[in-house]
Write a protein that binds this ligand. Sequence first.
Ligand SMILES: Nc1ncnc2c1ncn2[C@@H]1O[C@H](COP(=O)(O)OP(=O)(O)OP(=O)(O)O)[C@@H](O)[C@H]1O
Length: 253
Amino acid sequence: MTQPAPPPTPGGSPLVATALTKVYGTDQATTHALAGVSLTIHPGESLAIMGPSGSGKTTLLHCLAGILTPTSGTVAWRGEDVATLSETRRTVLRRQDFGFVFQSGQLLPELPAVENAALPLMLAGTTRAEATAVAARWLAHLGLAGMEQRRPGELSGGQAQRVAIARALVGSPGVVFADEPTGALDQSTGAEVLDVLTHATRASGAALVVVTHDAGVARHCSRTVTMRDGRISGEFRADPTRSASPTDQGAVR
Ligand SMILES: Nc1ncnc2c1ncn2[C@@H]1O[C@H](COP(=O)(O)OP(=O)(O)OP(=O)(O)O)[C@@H](O)[C@H]1O
């Protein structure tokens, strides 16, 4: 398969979170969703974030991606602190440097697949003709040639997630954030979509951060961190010489 995006910049900079905390609520009822998380995500790596419900996975993802402002701590990205940027600058950063894949329902139902995939480029000012041409190449790259004009309602769940992956990658982001990207799919479709997500992201040179409950997802990633009560409770690196699962891991933090 030919790579439709420009070649990745060699090297690139890591995303570095330091001592992140996030407290939700008021004085009467507070939740310490993040209680001091430090994490470095390197260019080209794929990181799975696992842990029980309520352990802070989505909150961490949203703080890393500039969707949420942490209560304290920093998120360093290409010389800026994502945590303290203005909302306007964060919006630009999210559009230009980051890609997003969520569980489902993220595509605009009235737009054909190619326009859904082209959206980040059009929002960044690329002409419609150029944006849809790049998006069509991504769709073909992800196995959706011939489906460019279908609306989301005319696609299977797995095909719709491939469109979402094309949309996440079309702007050549530095980091792709995915929150339960296969959560709405059956097991075999989910595995296929995950394969597409991890391979396409790696080929584009971007890092991938995936929140998941599924150990099968984590097995596709080069590293897994587990969370408990707002903290990182364990870390596991994939060993390319054997098939392993996060349950094998030893806690390193
Ligand atoms: N907007 C909010 N307001 C108040 N509390 C919140 C809010 N969002 C999350 N929380 C709380 O923060 C904690 C962490 O939530 P978070 O969604 O990050 O966990 P999670 O590990 O992603 O959970 P799940 O696996 O169930 O999606 C939970 O106790 C949750 O109830």
